[in-house]
Ligand binder design. Structure first.
Ligand code: UTP
Length: 284
């Protein structure tokens, strides 16, 4: 995995940081989420959030910022080193679990708080001062790609084909038209698009099936330029003044090239009980 990452992490495409906003209340999983964050539900041999962190590592990104709310400290804690436990496992000769614990030793984790749930864009904004690069990855906790390369790696590779620096890149999936009203949908400039790489000329949040400009929906993964952090405080388009990432991207569209990549592989939406059950069937 390291070789293709090095090829794509070039001077033009340098993504070293990822923001993982996980400050939502997870109401669809209540009462479970009253005490356990939905991101810590098991999927295969690890919690959902560890799949997201592994996705970052597979793309050569090992500077990770969790945006959490009070009460979700278990999420970063899962990744922190526990020297006492490691010493005990070593003493007992339990090498396999020890290796599992040590795989995050070289990752830099950072935590910021979102004190009020004021939208996904507001969550990202809390990480503004932590971002040092011109381009940062944003991965929401619910969407996983299986059966192909990690979703973030696909986005970074696609970015390598985009000539303009400071562009944004969105992860896209072809959604059945009857479900488009659950997604941000892109309007594609076909002349400027090639294969899975799409040039975006418009964005609509949750359109009705009749009004959707396409059936390509944004699925929880982005590369955003630093400029997005300047626009986010200006947009308050959502319910009750929520700050939404899509509104910032809409505001940026006239002067910032925005691309989308129709991701390869199967997407799992672990953010709903039905989607989570489906994911468990596939990943165990
Ligand atoms: P959702 O809209 O799915 O909300 O957030 P939720 O709280 O996770 O779940 P429900 O709807 O109550 O069941 C999408 C993503 O945005 C993050 C969530 O953690 C999730 O990863 N988010 C959303 C925040 O971090 N802060 C917010 O204010 C809103």
């Amino acid at each position: 995995m390291a070789i293709p990452v090095k090829l794509w992490q070039t001077e033009i495409v340098k993504v070293t940081q990822a923001i993982l906003p996980v400050a939502g209340l997870g109401t669809r999983f209540l009462p479970w989420t009253k005490v356990v964050p939905k991101e810590l539900l098991p999927l295969g041999s690890q919690p959902i959030i560890a799949h997201l962190v592994d996705e970052c590592l597979a793309a050569g990104v090992n500077d990770i910022c969790f945006v959490i709310n009070r009460g979700k400290e278990l999420i970063p804690q899962y990744f922190y080193a526990d020297p006492a436990l490691e010493a005990e496992l070593r003493r007992r000769g339990k090498h396999h679990p020890l290796e599992q614990l040590k795989r995050y030793d070289d990752v830099n984790f950072h935590v910021v708080y979102q004190e009020e749930q004021r939208g996904d864009g507001h969550a990202i904004l809390q990480a503004k001062d932590w971002v040092k690069d011109e381009l940062v990855a944003v991965l929401f906790g619910d969407d996983l790609i299986v059966g192909s390369d990690a979703g973030l790696l696909q986005l970074i590779r696609a970015y390598g084909h985009v000539a303009t620096p400071h562009s944004a890149m969105l992860c896209l999936e072809n959604i059945p038209r009857e479900h488009v009203s659950k997604y941000g949908i892109v309007d594609v400039d076909e002349k400027e698009s090639k294969g899975r790489l799409k040039k975006v000329k418009g964005l609509v949040e949750k359109p009705s099936p009749d009004e959707a400009p396409s059936t390509l929906g944004i699925v929880g993964k982005y590369l955003i330029p630093r400029g997005t952090f300047h626009v986010l405080p200006e947009v308050k388009g959502g319910h009750g003044g929520e700050i939404r990432l899509i509104d910032a991207l809409i505001a940026q569209l006239p002067h910032t090239p925005i691309y989308g990549y129709e991701v390869e592989g199967k997407r799992l939406d672990t953010g709903t009980p039905e989607g989570y059950k489906e994911a468990v069937k596939i990943l165990g």
